[in-house]
Design a protein around this ligand. Structure first.
Ligand code: PLP
Length: 213
């Protein structure tokens, strides 16, 4: 199957659930040459996890093709914010007050409105980034009261387990309580499960592009 066929298959699977879901094709580590067939097909949402790689790959194309939307799905250091706000339309890794204030400041300077997901460390794992479940409500309020950031959703990367549903439903509960509508959850291996629990943005890499080296 070509990468376009793979994307079509994902769209068909999603259609069968009658849900409204945006597919983010996670193109990290793949070159534009690999991605081009999807761009030609008209797909607009792409995910990258490193600011520098995203700028090198997408800057020129974005000038020619203003419909493309690049999503930052990896963590963001405050010293990369100035560059990040130039290239991304969506940021899924908002997880600290310092970062929120810096993003507020830098996007205002260039008059840009990025859409944000707050990343929640839904399994309370030491090695994962994201706001803890306990701090989630407070952090959402901080962003709403102290910044102009457009918080559209919550994002999570659940622990490896058979029981993704538990974590997906936890994220949905936090979103509902805070009147947040979008959920960024589900990857190649579990996106249909995530959609069952209300995901509205799935981040799919290896299923579309193949294994990363
Ligand atoms: C790489 C990555 C994905 C895509 O994972 P696949 O298993 O290749 O679909 C999704 N979300 C995040 C945050 C990632 O870093």
């Amino acid at each position: 199957m070509t990468i376009v066929d793979k994307l079509k298959k994902i769209h068909n699977n999603i259609l069968s659930t009658a849900s409204r879901v945006t597919v983010i094709a996670v193109s990290k580590t793949f070159s534009l040459e690999n991605i081009q067939p999807l761009i030609d097909y008209g797909h607009i949402h792409y995910g990258e996890n490193r600011v520098t790689e995203a700028i090198q790959k997408w800057s020129e194309l974005l000038i020619k093709n203003k419909d493309l939307k690049i999503h930052l799905i990896g963590s963001l250091q405050t010293n990369k914010v100035k560059e990040a706000v130039k290239i991304f339309s969506y940021i899924h890794s908002l997880d600290s007050e310092r970062l929120a204030l810096k993003l507020h400041e830098e996007q205002k300077k260039i008059n840009k409105k990025i859409k944000y997901f707050i990343q929640i460390n839904i399994g309370n794992e030491n090695q994962k980034s994201g706001v803890t479940i306990n701090d989630a409500d407070n952090f959402i309020n901080f962003c709403r009261n102290n910044t102009s950031l457009d918080i559209i959703g919550l994002m999570c990367i659940p622990p490896l387990s058979k029981d993704g549903g538990l974590y997906f439903s936890r994220l949905k509960d936090i979103a509902k309580k805070n009147k947040i509508t979008e959920l960024s959850m589900g990857m190649s291996s579990d996106y249909m499960d995530a959609i069952k629990y209300g995901s509205t943005f799935v981040r799919i890499g290896s299923y579309i592009f193949g294994e990363r080296s």
